[in-house]
Write a protein that binds this ligand. Structure first.
Ligand SMILES: C[S@@+](CC[C@H](N)C(=O)[O-])C[C@H]1O[C@@H](n2cnc3c(N)ncnc32)[C@H](O)[C@@H]1O
Length: 312
């Protein structure tokens, strides 16, 4: 299958990273290499780019796409949350910029057999990393009803979490749930008819929730942002993060605001006791959003938000 993915907020990200030709950059979410290729093209032979993806297919596609660039290029088939080990192994002392374009690529969604899409039938998988132990089939067939309810409600903000979780647990007693289509039918039937399509497809939020659980997408994201600023970036280095849903964006926004605050004491205290010092400046107070034109050309761009900070 051809690797198709249109990079979101491409020019905005490149501008945000303020690329120095001899600098070292990190792309934590390589995907089709669209952003990485633009970064690499702006680097000379003294500059370098370290790229991460959990998906081996993404890495092999991007390697081919980026092969003609002059800068040093390092590929890491691991979670970007392990960035410190990769920097140490490669003697990279600090980074001038880091980009995270969170979530899944269009290639992953469009490939029915990866199981990310509620629109096509495929194996119930959803793991970005094909070697991972956890996948959607395990979540759906082995998690307790209480855990499923919690996941659908926390990661999917799904109103009918309880009835959907109950319907899944009843259905799996009859036969294991192994296909996306099977799961979609169970979800649709568990939502009362009058609400079924009132807020988009009812499977959309549940699939998002399962995907987040399978890939641990929100786990330690906040800690990772702090660590990228403190242990990854050089002074003046930039961190740019694109999010696609409110749960992710809230984590990024709160972490950025905390890092940019001089005092985090309760407002009622007469004097500061926290001694918290700002570590970054926010490049934009409000997130950067895609233009109407970009949204028309790429439906995936609609929910994108880009936040950028600079280490002081
Ligand atoms: C939205 S796509 C990136 C697209 C890319 N920026 C481009 O322009 O082609 C996200 C990619 O990041 C990978 N990914 C998501 N979370 C990751 C994580 N925590 N660690 C490593 N890779 C991750 C996914 O497998 C996917 O290939």
């Amino acid at each position: 299958m051809e690797f198709k993915h249109i990079s979101v907020l491409l020019n905005e990200c490149i501008e945000a990273l303020n690329i120095k030709p001899n600098g070292w950059y990190m792309d934590g979410t390589l995907g089709g290499g669209g952003h990485s290729n633009q970064i690499a093209q702006r680097l000379d032979k003294n500059g370098g780019l370290v790229m991460f993806d959990l998906d081996k297919e993404a890495i092999s596609f991007a390697k081919e796409r980026l092969k003609d660039n002059k800068c040093s290029m390092i590929y890491a088939h691991t979670n970007f949350k392990n960035f410190k080990e990769v920097l140490v192994q490669n003697n990279i002392a600090g980074l001038d910029g880091i980009l995270l374009d969170l979530g899944v690529s269009s290639y992953q969604i469009d490939n029915a057999e990866r199981g990310f899409s509620y629109m096509q039938d495929g194996e119930l998988n959803m793991a970005m990393d094909a070697d991972a132990d956890l996948n959607a089939e395990k979540v759906v067939n082995t998690y307790s009803q209480e855990d499923l309810t919690q996941i659908f409600s926390t990661y999917g903000e799904e109103k009918f979490s309880k009835s959907i979780a109950k319907a899944i647990c009843e259905a799996r007693k009859v036969k294991p749930i192994t296909r996306t289509k099977q799961l979609v039918d169970i979800i649709v039937n568990a939502v009362p008819a009058k609400f079924r399509f009132s807020a988009g497809h009812p499977a959309k939020r549940v699939f998002q929730a399962i995907r987040i659980e399978v890939n641990g997408e929100l786990e330690k994201l906040r800690e990772c942002i702090f660590s990228m600023v403190r242990d990854g970036l050089k002074q003046g280095g930039r961190l740019a993060i694109i999010t696609f849903h409110s749960l992710e964006d809230r984590i990024v926004k709160d972490a950025f605001n905390l890092l940019a605050s001089d005092c985090i004491c309760d407002k009622n205290l007469p004097v500061c006791v926290c001694h918290h010092k700002e570590e970054v400046k926010l490049i934009n107070k409000k997130p950067i959003l895609p233009s109407e034109e970009e949204c028309e050309q790429n439906s995936r761009a609609h929910s994108a938000k880009l936040r950028v900070l600079e280490k002081l």
